[in-house]
Design a protein around this ligand. Structure first.
Ligand code: ADP
Ligand code: MG
Length: 262
């Protein structure tokens, strides 16, 4: 089982869109996937058309009131399960801060799934802050995937995440930056291409070859509670996220080399 944190402290950069669509595309490819919605806003939950019910997030397991396995729900997609978000998660930052080992709670809880977990991948959709939930996600993860919007200030703030990763390595030595995913690429502007060039110059092949285009359909799909492969299975958004899943698997298998240092 591999644990992936999808994080960037900036909001609106495509974290949730990437988490939901990478999860569904990996499941479509035959992988067994658990998506965990760590954002109190619950966008990943609603984007999959799953309803939020109070008491059904990872909050209770995190503070020791319930078992993780009791919060996992199957979805209408084969091989894809989710732990939804709920409003309780909004209090988790404060609650967790009071507990011992508050940065390692998620890691301990996910460890409870044990070695014979049915999942190949766990995807953690992180909230947009460098708070305790995101830190917990990094302390638990094997890989961090960073969605980056193709816009002028894209690189701003990236050094903060990289710094945080370095700090977290003190408690989670295996944590690697698995890649940077360029999102919302607009082919009609030079700016998008300039940003991609700039990011590639700095981060080399840490940047995914697959680039996610800005499309109206990708923006609309969550309001119908559908991932893109269901909402518009043959459009450019679905094609891009399928390619991303394929590239992810290739990188995983070592067929595409990536540098784990920046
Ligand atoms: N490639 C894209 N094309 C068009 N709209 C997108 C794309 N990716 C995300 N969006 C939209 O942009 C907004 C922010 O994306 P989201 O994935 O929720 O970001 P985050 O989780 O980082 O806050 C959402 O309304 C989403 O539907
Ligand atoms: Mg989000």
């Amino acid at each position: 089982m591999k644990l992936l944190a999808i994080a960037n402290q900036k909001g609106g950069v495509g974290k949730t869109t990437t988490a939901v669509n990478l999860a569904t595309c990996l499941a479509e490819k035959g992988k067994k996937v658990l998506l965990i919605d760590l954002d109190p806003q619950g966008n990943a939950t609603s984007a999959l058309g799953v309803s939020e019910t109070q008491g059904n997030s990872i909050y209770e397991p995190l503070i020791g009131y319930a078992q993780l396995k009791d919060k996992i729900v199957t979805t209408r997609f084969d091989r894809l399960s989710i732990i939804p978000s709920d409003i309780d998660l909004a209090g988790a930052e404060i609650e967790l801060a009071r507990l011992d080992d508050h940065l390692g709670r998620l890691r301990a809880v996910l460890g409870s799934l044990g070695h014979n977990t049915p999942f190949d991948y766990l995807l953690l959709d992180c909230p947009p802050s460098l708070g305790i939930l995101m830190t917990n996600a990094l302390a638990a993860a094997h890989q961090l995937l960073i969605p980056l919007q193709c816009e002028y200030f894209a690189l701003e703030g990236l050094s903060k995440i990289v710094q945080l990763v370095d700090q977290i390595r003190a408690i989670n030595r295996v944590l690697a930056i698995g890649g940077i995913i360029m999102t919302m690429y607009d082919a009609r502007t030079n700016l998008s291409q300039q940003v991609v060039n700039e990011v590639r110059k700095h981060f080399k092949n840490l940047v995914y070859q697959t680039i996610i285009p800005r499309t109206v359909r990708l923006g609309e799909a969550p309001s119908f509670g559908k991932p893109i492969i269901e909402y518009e299975p043959h459009g450019i958004g679905a094609t891009a996220y399928r390619a991303l899943a394929e590239e992810f698997v290739q990188r995983e298998s070592g067929k595409i080399k990536f540098l784990d240092s920046v």
